[in-house]
Structure formats: C-alpha cells, structure tokens
Design a binder for this molecule. Structure first.
Ligand SMILES: Nc1ncnc2c1ncn2[C@@H]1O[C@H](COP(=O)(O)OP(=O)(O)O)[C@@H](O)[C@H]1O
Ligand code: SF4
Ligand SMILES: [Mg+2]
Length: 339
C-alpha cells in the first residue's frame, strides 16, 4: 500500500523570552492510505505541534519548522507556499480539534458553515451544496438533517456539535483527516459514539486518519498502528497489538498502566514524575529521570533505534545487547563503543 504521508526528521522550535522550546525533536512516521495511526503521549509531548506542522499551522513567530520533510502524496509541505497550503487545508487534509464550540461559528447556521468550504473550493450550485450538506449530516448520524441545517451551534448538544465539526471536515472529501483529541471534551458515552463514527466514516470513505490523544483507551478500538511520543520524540511505535501486548519501552508500559478502566473508577495509576524541560532537553534518554531501569548510558546517549519487527520500533537501551551486558557500559556520543 502506498504512503499518503511521510514525516521525516521533523524538528519544530519555539523562540520565547525564556529561550528556545524544542517542542518536536526529530520525529519520523508514515501513514498508509486508508490507515489509522494514533499518536499518544502525555500532555506537552509535542502531539499538537506535530499535527499542526502537517497543516503548516505553527504560528511563526514564535514557532518554526527548523528541519525535516512532510511528504503528502510525495509533495513536501514544508516547502509549499501559503497559497498552496490554503488550497490543501480543508480540501485534501482536514483537521478536527478538541473543542467543537470554538471550531463552530456561533453566529452562522450549521448549514452555512457546512457548505462554506464546498462553495469556496468546488464549483457547486446552491442546490448541490445543500444536498451534499444533508448527506454529510446523515453520514455523521444527525437526525432530521434538513431541519437541522437551519439551526445554530448552541441548539445542539456537545456530542452533536462534534459530529457537525466532523461533517464539515469531511464535506470536501479529504484524503487525510487529522483529529487532535477529538473526544477529550466529551463524556464517556458520547466519546464511544464518536469513535464508532470514525470507524464508520473510514469504512465508507476510505479516508486516512491520524488520531491524537493522551488516552490509550481511546485508540484501543480504532487505531491500526500507534506511535508513542515523549518529550518531542517518538520513542516506540508498532501495530496496535504490538503496543498493547508487547510494549517494550518503560514509558509505554507506564502509559498502559495508567489507562483508566471502567470497572476501577479512580484507580488511575499515573507515571511518577514529569517530562523534562524542553528548553534544554537531556542529551540521553528523555525518560531517564522517571525510568525504573535507568543505566549510566541512558543519561549520556540517546537510545539507538531497535527494530523488533517490521512495524515495531523502540528507542530504549534495554533493547541493546551492549547496554544490557553491563550496568556501567560506556558508549560515546557518536554511538561507538570506546576501545
Ligand atoms: N506557541 C507556543 N509557544 C511556545 N511554546 C509552545 C507553543 N505551542 C506549543 N509549545 C510548546 O511545545 C510543547 C509541545 O506542545 P503540544 O504539541 O501542544 O503538546 P501536546 O502533546 O499536549 O499536544 C510544549 O512544551 C508547549 O509548551
Ligand atoms: S533508555 Fe534507559 S532510561 Fe530510557 S527508557 Fe530505556 S532503560 Fe529507561
Ligand atoms: Mg495537544
């Protein structure tokens, strides 16, 4: 299957009064056509900065893509003009954010908001646009779509508003949908319904999806592959099975333990400690300060990549036989064993 998206060595930095925040520090991943990739990690690890970079929505200043490539169907979006990006956003790539209320304009009917993009980017008559709007509301499960088109956002519940946001994102039939914490603002039952909706939409439209969340429970249902981010880097990636049943990185294991369970309310087991400061991130493993298995090498050298299977990749010294042999193994910064 063809890659619809390839992100290579992406670095994004924000210049602030306090110094440079290295929010994304060399991220690599790909997405195949029709696939759902989940990007998971605690708040502040760079998930939104990564996905906003794909849409080129990093405010500059203070932010800047300082290195890397983002290939969308082979075209490098880091080099695309702003005009080109405007023709891509909402048409070829659509994005859904956490809060449906801020994504919708409270002063316009949802009918008007639905057809806005269609009318702007495609030559359609008013009648065709309305028909398409009704079709989209049906797809996302809003009853009486013809009546509902005339209503305003405040006349809908939170869950219904998020369905409308999804309908708007899909009306121009994008190839890639990026959903950044799309269910975080919703209660658990509605969350489950929205996730079902993503599954249905993918089946019916074949759209490729990047789902961003801090909650591994959310991805259990719908992801094909999972990338785990920590302190601006992807530290483990694999198929859903590999991550849920064969996770190797201590951080991924910690995240799995902190998945809230319906049968054990309040029994959330967070990982002790907090992520490193991104003004001067550690040169070694960014998880070293919180990891129960830290070795000397972990503090000094960023863990090399270990390929455990075709999809399963992890960056942790525990996987490296050189580090495993001795707790005090010394490896120089360029990765060679000292002689
Ligand atoms: N506009 C900004 N200015 C300065 N720092 C920013 C800005 N946007 C994001 N960051 C920093 O980038 C890092 C990653 O943020 P983000 O991608 O939003 O995390 P999350 O994984 O929660 O989506 C954080 O440390 C955040 O403080
Ligand atoms: S590289 Fe070292 S500190 Fe980092 S996760 Fe692996 S064992 Fe822990
Ligand atoms: Mg975010």
């Amino acid at each position: 299957m063809e890659n619809i998206l390839e992100v290579k060595n992406l670095h994004v930095t924000f210049s602030t009064y306090g110094g440079n925040v290295k929010a994304v520090r060399g991220v690599d991943f790909h997405l195949k056509k029709g696939e759902t990739l989940a990007i998971v990690g605690e708040s502040g690890c760079g998930k939104s900065v990564t996905s906003n970079s794909i849409m080129r929505l990093i405010p500059n200043p203070p932010g800047r893509i300082v290195a890397g490539n983002i290939l969308f169907n082979g075209e490098d979006l880091t080099k695309a003009s702003e005009k080109r990006m405007r023709s891509i956003r909402g048409v070829d790539i659509s994005m859904i954010f956490q809060d449906p209320m801020t994504a919708l304009n409270p002063t316009l009917t949802i009918g008007t908001q639905l057809i806005e993009g269609l009318v702007q980017h495609h030559k359609v008559t008013a009648k065709q646009a309305k028909r398409k709007a009704i079709e989209m509301l049906e797809l996302v499960g809003i009853p009486n779509p013809e009546e509902r088109l005339k209503q305003y956002p405040h006349q809908f519940s939170g869950g219904m508003r998020q369905r409308i946001v999804i309908a708007i994102a899909l009306i121009c039939e994008p190839e890639l949908l990026i959903a950044d914490e799309p269910t975080t603002a919703l209660d658990v039952t509605i969350q489950a319904q929205i996730l079902e909706l993503f599954i249905k939409i993918q089946k019916e439209t074949g759209v490729s999806i990047i789902l961003i969340t801090h909650d591994l429970g959310v991805v259990a249902k719908i992801a094909d592959r999972i990338a785990v981010m920590y302190a601006g880097k992807i530290i483990e990636t694999g198929t859903k099975r590999e991550i849920f049943y064969e996770a190797q990185h201590p951080y991924t294991k910690g995240l799995l333990h902190s998945v809230p369970r319906l049968d054990a309310r309040g029994d959330l087991k967070p990982i002790d400690g907090s992520p490193p400061d991104l003004f001067s991130p550690p040169i070694g493993c960014p998880f070293a300060a919180r990891c129960p298995f830290t070795m000397e090498v972990c503090d000094n050298v960023f863990p090399v990549q270990t390929n455990l299977s075709h999809h399963h990749i992890v960056n942790c010294w525990l996987q490296d036989p050189r580090a495993k042999k001795s707790k005090s193994v010394r490896i120089t910064v360029d990765g060679r064993q000292p002689t």
